[in-house]
Write a protein that binds this ligand. Structure first.
Ligand code: 3SK
Length: 511
């Protein structure tokens, strides 16, 4: 489906080529109160690329760690690394030394480019890994860290490396919720495909779009949604280091943002703020991914905004979203259909395709994955080109995919299969519940019982009465046998740096 020239550099496509196409004066990035045009971004990335090649002697194919929050400087640094033909390894700002060590070892990284405010955890890596150098840049774009000062002395032109379309441009690390982290390899053409596929087909991005969102740029969900998609179409990305729901609203109102990427919990908080006057009317599309979208959140969003909340599922392995609802075809509790270029099917443990309606493992195949870097687990998670995801789904008669559970979120209690997310969805329908996670915990009598971990909204207090009220609420909303026999009230839920609830941590705590 996707045709690209033999030599393709994604960094050049997203900067110099956009200037050539006439977007030079258009705003590419907004962050830390400053706007940057495509021409300014192009010059900035060329200067950094020169520093990398001329001062630090990086070679095509070298792997470079980037450590930063969501800001324009991170986008510029990532594009410069790509233009120099090196392989970017974007890392989450909250990672600790021991987590960074694993990434550095796995990817055999010698050079790290780090926001000057985030050096503390990376410096110890110099002692215990093959990392040789940490160069700082200023994530607030005041240009007073090492890389910035060297870059200011360079000309604004750079002969970008003419990488092959199938050369590796990016290593995406899976959050490593269990076991050693896996790195997935993505080619220059993959970075184009997610834009020319999902962003074009599903979001129909135009140069007038203004993007906002919370996923980290270090997570391929964020890199696509907040850098690649806007830059590919001459649109504008607003970048926020502190993407709380209140800040998202502030940016939407200030810049009349049109496309938002965030998780269901943030959409709930934004809807609560709408009742107090927040104006989200500029939003053309709201995308929810990374977590299951409860039907209650989908319905409330549609009622309050008159627009669909677009659910989708993606994976670092496939780079971005491969099944999605469409603007003119979306429903609650439905993840949608495969995005152009991708195929999806439901299989059993032996990779046999299951009939429509049967619940099984979701397998996906497409042009952007799945290639693990030097990992025996390739044979476990990829069969005949199909990536076996960690999710349980079913496909209905009309071909729509429906999420059932993460494979390990399926609870078996007294012989009943209970999908944890279904119980979560029911609980979220109660006014007292802000967030929740439902897990199966061992039980002598039933094998497992359903346990809900609940964070209450500000004006509610935990009590036995409320516990009973929540249980009755679930019994009325879904089949009564699914109700949580145990409810634990908590102040917060443990989450991965990408914002996903760590149900495995809760499960371990409760075991
Ligand atoms: O659903 C996800 O977790 C995801 C992962 C990578 C890229 C995009 C998405 C939505």
């Amino acid at each position: 489906n996707f045709q690209y020239p033999e030599y393709l550099n994604a960094g050049v496509e997203l900067t110099d080529k956009m200037v050539e196409r006439g977007f030079g004066d258009h705003i590419a990035l907004i962050g830390h109160g400053r706007k940057r045009t495509y021409k300014e971004l192009t010059d900035w990335t060329n200067r950094i690329a020169r520093v990398l090649v001329e001062d630090f002697r990086i070679q095509p194919g070298n792997r470079i760690l980037i450590r930063s929050g969501n800001n324009p400087a991170m986008v510029a640094v990532w594009l410069a690394v790509t233009k120099a033909g090196a392989v970017a390894v974007n890392s989450m700002p909250m990672l600790r030394s021991n987590e960074l060590n694993k990434i550095i070892d796995k990817a055999e990284i010698k050079l790290a480019l780090c926001d000057v405010r985030l050096t503390e955890e990376i410096m110890p890596c110099l002692e215990v890994t093959g990392l040789e150098q940490v160069i700082t840049f200023d994530g607030t774009s005041n240009f007073n860290a090492e890389l910035d000062m060297l870059a200011l002395d360079k000309p604004v032109t750079f002969n970008a490396v003419m990488t092959g379309r199938d050369d590796v441009a990016l290593l995406g690390f899976t959050s490593g919720t269990t076991g050693a982290p896996k790195a997935t390899m993505h080619f220059h053409r993959d970075l184009m495909i997610i834009a020319d596929g999902y962003a074009k087909e599903v979001l129909a991005v135009t140069p007038d779009d203004i993007f906002v969102g919370s996923p980290p740029l270090a997570f391929t969900f964020g890199l696509g949604g907040l850098a690649i998609f806007p830059l590919r179409f001459g649109a504008t990305a607003t970048l926020l280091e502190d993407a709380t729901p209140a800040r998202l609203i502030e940016i939407i109102e200030t810049y009349s943002a049109t496309i938002c990427f965030t998780a269901p919990t943030a959409y709930r908080a934004m809807m609560a703020a709408m009742e107090k006057g927040a104006d989200l009317s500029s939003l053309r599309i709201a995308v929810s991914a990374g977590e299951t979208l409860p039907a209650s959140v989908y319905n409330e969003w549609s009622q309050k905004t008159g627009k669909p909340l677009l659910d989708g599922i993606g994976a670092t392995e496939m780079l971005h979203i491969f099944i999605s609802n469409r603007l003119d075809d979306s429903k609650p509790s439905v993840t949608g259909k495969a995005v152009t270029g991708y195929e999806a099917k439901i299989v059993d443990d032996c990779m046999q395709e299951l009939p429509r309606g049967a619940v099984g493992r979701l397998a996906v195949r497409g042009p952007t994955g799945c290639r693990y870097l030097a990992d025996d687990r390739q044979a476990v998670y990829v069969a005949g080109g199909w990536n076996i995801t960690g999710d349980t789904f079913f496909q209905d008669d009309e071909g729509y995919f429906h999420f059932a559970a993460r494979n390990d979120d399926m609870i078996i209690s007294s012989g009943y299969n209970i999908a944890g997310p279904e119980v979560e969805d029911a609980l979220l329908g109660h006014a007292a519940v802000l967030e929740c996670a439902v897990v199966g915990v061992p039980d002598n009598e039933r094998g497992q019982i359903v346990e809900a971990h609940v964070v209450l909204r500000a004006n509610y207090t935990a009590s036995d009465e409320l516990r009973v009220a929540l249980q009755s609420h679930v019994k009325k909303a879904i089949a009564p046998y699914k109700y949580p026999r145990s409810i634990v009230f908590r102040d917060a839920l443990p989450k991965t740096p990408a914002g996903k609830i760590k149900r495995f941590v809760i499960r371990d705590e409760s075991a």
